[in-house]
Design a protein. Structure first.
Length: 361
């Protein structure tokens, strides 16, 4: 997959509208260029968005992906262009039964991607849609992306099922950042005090095992007004899967609440990501079942807002920082070097990435 730059060699006439503004970053040496697109699983939608018969177009690594659900409920993700004459299936394409139908000549394609009929009643050509590997996990729709087109080498793992969790609240935002920057926040313990006014105490040292990284922390509010969330130190267990999935499991003893949050990021283009948050809660410490259910249904909304507010604190940093291949780290930064060495395994198109990823963390 390649990205082409706009042609700026020819001047524009006064009547030509200017090119749209593109987020830019300061010029940096080639050695400090940001990492390329990472390989892995990326959540492009929620299951609730894809009712039977629905067709969606989502951006992934600078290109479109069309995802749809057949009438029987089967999920499919495909490249957007019809192999007949190139029409975009996401703009006017329809689901009829188990097939997706091109809006141009009404060629129909079955759930395995093969052309099953034309709009004229003539024999269909030997043509197929470009399939994109997809999965549904925990109410999220994931697609697999690999720079060299290789099949999935690992799977996204869901949390164990647990009773009492209320409905999931989902929000999506577009941020100027790279997936590696977003996930690095999990182990960058040094930034929590100046940015989020939290003191982080490590409960479990980060463990790097294959495509997963796990750790656990205790959070203590520093200064400012106290609130129920931090009247006693909440614990947070973090599980990162690839560079697209971060699961936070938080326990707040003061109010008897447990929270599960999936932070999933998708690279839209070289400078922007879409962050999708899916959050649910339960109140095992509340004895009255009706009250516990009501709280589990109401609380995810304010919690999602709180998470958005905290993420906003990081945005100016991500929007203007640059990637340093050899940062000058200090005590208290967290295991950033180990994290970056682990993260290298997800870049099949980054020179030297595979070699460095093989070094022990």
């Amino acid at each position: 997959m390649s990205l082409s730059k706009p042609d700026r060699s020819r001047p524009q006439s006064p009547t030509t509208p200017p090119s749209p503004a593109v987020p830019s970053s300061p010029a940096v040496p080639p050695s400090a260029a940001p990492p390329p697109y990472p390989d892995g699983w990326f959540a492009i939608a929620t299951s609730a968005e894809l009712r039977p018969g629905r067709v969606l177009t989502r951006r992934l690594m600078g290109e479109d992906v069309v995802v749809y659900r057949t009438r029987s409920g089967r999920l499919r993700a495909v490249r957007p262009f019809c192999p007949h004459l190139g029409a975009h299936l996401g703009h006017g394409g329809l689901v009829r039964g188990e097939d997706i139908v091109c809006p141009f000549h009404h060629f129909a394609f079955g759930p395995e991607g093969e052309c099953v009929r034309t709009g004229y009643g003539t024999p269909p050509p030997k043509a197929r849609l470009g399939a994109v590997v997809s999965r549904e996990v925990a109410g999220l729709v994931f697609v697999w992306w690999h720079a060299r087109g290789e099949p999935p080498s690992w799977e996204v793992e869901a949390l164990p099922a647990a009773e009492g969790f209320g409905p999931v609240r989902c929000i999506a935002r577009t941020l100027v950042a790279h997936p590696q920057d977003f996930m690095e926040n999990v182990i960058d313990t040094g930034h929590f005090t100046p940015i989020h006014r939290l003191a982080v105490r490590m409960v479990e040292e980060p463990r790097f095992e294959g495509p997963r990284m796990t750790s656990a922390y205790r959070l203590v509010r520093v200064g400012g007004k106290k609130n129920a969330l931090f009247s006693s130190a909440p614990t947070l267990r973090a599980t990162v899967q690839g560079l697209g999935v971060f699961i936070a499991e938080t326990t707040v003893p003061a109010i008897g609440m447990e929270m599960r949050a999936w932070f999933c990021v998708v690279p839209l283009d070289p400078v922007r990501i879409e962050m999708r948050l899916a959050l649910s809660a339960r109140f095992a410490g509340v004895r009255h079942r009706g009250t516990a259910r009501a709280l589990a249904a109401l609380v995810p909304g304010p919690l999602a807002w709180f998470s958005t507010f905290e993420t906003n604190r990081d945005l100016p940093i991500w929007a203007h920082n640059t990637y340093l291949e050899h940062p000058r780290l200090a005590q208290g930064d967290g295991p950033i070097t180990k994290y970056r060495r682990w993260a290298r395994q997800f870049y099949s198109d980054w020179p030297g990435a595979a070699r460095q990823a093989r070094r022990p963390a």
